[in-house]
Design a protein around this ligand. Structure first.
Ligand SMILES: Cc1cc2nc3c(=O)[nH]c(=O)nc-3n(C[C@H](O)[C@H](O)[C@H](O)COP(=O)(O)OP(=O)(O)OC[C@H]3O[C@@H](n4cnc5c(N)ncnc54)[C@H](O)[C@@H]3O)c2cc1C
Length: 319
C-alpha cells in the first residue's frame, strides 16, 4: 500500500486535533506516514499520539532551523520525503500556514493542488464547499502527487492503531535570503481558550454586540462551554475584537461541532467561514436575519438577555 504523507501540526509541543483528522483521511488513501518538522526531540514526544490515529511511520525532520523559520523547512522536508517515498498523496491542514506550505510544495513537485477540502474519498476525490456553501464541488488531481489541504474540523478523527515506525529526514539547510526567520514568540490574547480553527465549540459575536466591553458577554458564554471566541468582520472592523478572531471569507474558516452566532446577520462572506459547522445556533433580534437560513436552532431575541441565561444554565449544569 502506498504511503500518504501527513504534515503534523503542533501547538505548544502538542499535536493539534486537525492532524488526527488528516491521519483519519489518509487511511482511506493508503498507509499514513506522519511528518514532524520541528525542533530536535519533538517527534519522539508525539509518536504515541500519532500511533493512536494510525500513523504507520513517523518521519522526524528535526533541526533548529526547522523550528526557527516559517514555512520553508516544512516545504523542504515534505519535498524530500515525497521524493524518496513517492506517496499516493500529501495531506496538510487547511490553516493559513498549511495552505502556504501546500501551495509551495505543489509547485516544487509539479503537482496538482486541492485546497480547503471538507472530505476526500479513497480515490482521492476531494469535496469542497464554495461560495458560502452555495455549491459543492468534487475534484481530483490529475497530475503528479496530489497535495490536499483539509479544512480543520470537517472530518471526525477516528482512533486506530499504527506502528509509528521511526524514520529520520535531513532538513536541508535554510537559505537565509529566501526564508522568513522567527525572531520571537508571544502568547496570543485569549491564550487559555482553544485555538479558533481547532475548537469543538465556537461562540462568535457580531456588530450586534455593540462595543468591545460588551464582548465580555460573548466571552462568558464561550468560557462556560470551553469554546473559542470568534467575531464577524463588522465587529472586528469596529474595533470590538482583534482581527485574528475574524471568521469568514477574509478571516478564518471554522467547522466546529457547535457554532453560536450572537448578533451576526449572516452575510454570505461570514457564512463562507462557518457554514460547514455541524450544529449552528443563532441569536438575533431580527427574525428575518439571513443567519437563520443556515441555523439548526434560532432564537429571536436580544443577545444581552439570551446569552447570559445560556451561560448561567450551562454553568449550572456543569456544577
Ligand atoms: C470582500 C468582502 C469580504 C468579507 N469578509 C468577511 C468575513 O470574512 N467575515 C465576515 O463576518 N464578514 C465579511 N465581510 C462583511 C460582510 O459582508 C458583512 O458586512 C458582515 O459579516 C456583517 O457583520 P455582522 O453580521 O456582525 O453585522 P450586521 O450585518 O450589521 O448585523 C448585525 C446583526 O446583529 C443583530 N443585532 C443587533 N443588536 C442585537 C441584539 N442586541 N441582540 C441580537 N441581535 C442583535 C441585527 O439584527 C443584525 O442582524 C466581507 C465583505 C466583503 C465585501
Amino acid at each position: 500500500m502506498s504511503e500518504v504523507l501527513v504534515l503534523v501540526e503542533l501547538l505548544d509541543g502538542e499535536v493539534k486535533k486537525v492532524t488526527f483528522e488528516l491521519l483519519t483521511a489518509a487511511r482511506r488513501l493508503g498507509e499514513p506516514s506522519a511528518v514532524v518538522v520541528a525542533a530536535p526531540g519533538t517527534a519522539a514526544k508525539v509518536r504515541d499520539a500519532l500511533a493512536g490515529y494510525g500513523a504507520a511511520k513517523v518521519y522526524a525532520a528535526e533541526s533548529d532551523d526547522a523550528a526557527g523559520y516559517l514555512v520553508t523547512p516544512k516545504v523542504d522536508a515534505l519535498a524530500a520525503v515525497a521524493g524518496s517515498a513517492s506517496p499516493a498523496a500529501v495531506l496538510i491542514a487547511g490553516s493559513a500556514e498549511g495552505k502556504e506550505v501546500a501551495g509551495r510544495l505543489a509547485v516544487r513537485l509539479g503537482a496538482g493542488l486541492l485546497v480547503d477540502v471538507i472530505d476526500v474519498d479513497a480515490e482521492g476525490t476531494g469535496t469542497q464547499s464554495i461560495f458560502g456553501g452555495a455549491y459543492t464541488v468534487h475534484s481530483k488531481v490529475s497530475q503528479g502527487i496530489p497535495v490536499i489541504t483539509l479544512r480543520p474540523g470537517a472530518l471526525d478523527a477516528e482512533a486506530a492503531d499504527g506502528a509509528a515506525d521511526s524514520a529520520s529526514v535531513e532538513v536541508p539547510a535554510v537559505q537565509e535570503a529566501k526564508a522568513t526567520k522567527v525572531l520571537g514568540r508571544e502568547p496570543i490574547e485569549g491564550g487559555d481558550r482553544p485555538e479558533l480553527t481547532d475548537a469543538n465549540v465556537v461562540v462568535s459575536g457580531g456588530r450586534g454586540v455593540g462595543s468591545s466591553e460588551s464582548f465580555s458577554v460573548v466571552e462568558a458564554l464561550a468560557d462556560s462551554l470551553g469554546a473559542a471566541v470568534g467575531a464577524s468582520r463588522a465587529a472586528v472592523d469596529s474595533g470590538y475584537y482583534p482581527h485574528q478572531f475574524q471568521v469568514g471569507q477574509t478571516g478564518k474558516t471554522v467547522s466546529p461541532q457547535l457554532y453560536i452566532a450572537l448578533g451576526i446577520s449572516g452575510a454570505i462572506q461570514h457564512r463562507a467561514g462557518m457554514q460547514t459547522s455541524k450544529t449552528i445556533i443563532a441569536v438575533n433580534k431580527d427574525p428575518e436575519a439571513p443567519i437563520f437560513e443556515v441555523s439548526d436552532f434560532g432564537i429571536v431575541g436580544d443577545l444581552f438577555k439570551v446569552a447570559p441565561q445560556l451561560t448561567e444554565e450551562v454553568s449550572k449544569r456543569k456544577g
